[in-house]
Design a protein around this ligand. Structure first.
Ligand code: GRF
Length: 199
């Protein structure tokens, strides 16, 4: 799994593995931030935790080449991005095509990119949510696998809606990972398929 920060989604997936809701394990955690709290969560769960920092590398391509080497040493079935706040090189995305997923805090295709919660509040949206999607070269533009909606109430601030969204994320992300691990989910012709049906 790839993270940059708190790692609450990482924790949800670790817990789901422990509870056998996912028939697999988190092989390793990588962060582009040395102080990401998610690294501590990984260590706590006896999962190898690695940090790579951008300043160690000449450019994005070099960073991602090293990351790919280190990830591939674990031979993972699936690469899970959970709050990984770094743009991936086309080589990285191509290398893991069809086995690379992300969770994005909006109802895609609405609000790709950063600051989704503040945009929801500024626009007065009454519904917000989160999306799990396959990663393609288009930022937050790959095929959506599963979404969860949450209401936005009058008087909500960013913390309120972040908490509400994350609560849903912790339910849907482990579920999607379990589908993939069971061989029920795939990306074909730039679409997500579940149990042989196009989503
Ligand atoms: C999540 O809300 C996710 O949608 C976004 O970044 C946040 C990561 O949170 N991509 P955490 O590090 O898993 O707690």
């Amino acid at each position: 799994m790839l993270i940059s920060g708190n790692g609450s989604n990482l924790q949800a997936i670790i817990d789901a593995c422990k509870q056998k809701k996912i028939n697999g394990t988190v092989a390793a955690v990588f962060s582009n931030k040395t102080d990401a709290f998610g690294l501590e969560r990984a260590r706590e769960a006896q999962i190898p935790a690695h940090a790579l920092t951008a300043s160690q590398f000449a450019d994005r391509a070099a960073f991602d080449r090293e990351l790919m080497l280190e990830i591939d040493a674990y031979a993972p079935d699936l690469v899970v991005l959970a709050g990984y706040m770094r743009i991936l090189s086309p080589e990285f995305v191509g290398h893991y095509a069809g086995r690379l997923i992300n969770i994005h805090p909006s109802l895609l295709p609405k609000y790709p990119g950063l600051n989704t919660h503040s945009q929801v509040l500024e626009n007065g949206d009454e519904v917000h949510g989160t999306s799990v999607h396959f990663v393609t070269e288009e930022l937050d533009g790959g095929p959506v696998i599963l979404q969860a909606e949450v209401p936005v109430f009058t008087g909500d601030d960013e913390d309120d809606i972040t908490a509400r969204v994350q609560n849903q994320e912790h339910a849907i992300y482990p579920l999607v990972v379990s589908w993939f691990i069971e061989g029920r989910l795939e990306m074909r012709e730039n679409c997500a398929w579940l149990d042989g049906g196009k989503l």
